[in-house]
Design a protein around this ligand. Sequence first.
Ligand code: SF4
Ligand code: SF4
Length: 70
Amino acid sequence: MVVESGQKVVFYHRWCKACGICVEFCPRHALGVRLDSHPHLAQEERCNSCGLCEFLCPDFAITVPHRHGR
Ligand code: SF4
Ligand code: SF4
C-alpha cells in the first residue's frame, strides 16, 4: 500500500469502488468526489481526524493516520 505521508486521510484507490459512503457521511463535509468518482480530501482544514470515514468504508480503502482514540 502506498501511503501519502502527511495527509489526514489516505485512500487506497485500488480497493475503492466509489460508493460515496465516506463522502456522504463525513460529519465535517471534508470529502469531495473526483472526476473519476473516487473520493478525495477536498477541504483538509475541515477534517478533524474523527475516523468515521475509515470505520464506514466497506472496502477498507481509507486510513486516517491520526484517528482520535487510536
Ligand atoms: S466508502 Fe470506501 S469504497 Fe466507498 S467511496 Fe469511500 S473510500 Fe471508496
Ligand atoms: S476523518 Fe472524519 S472529518 Fe476527516 S474526512 Fe474522515 S469522516 Fe471526515
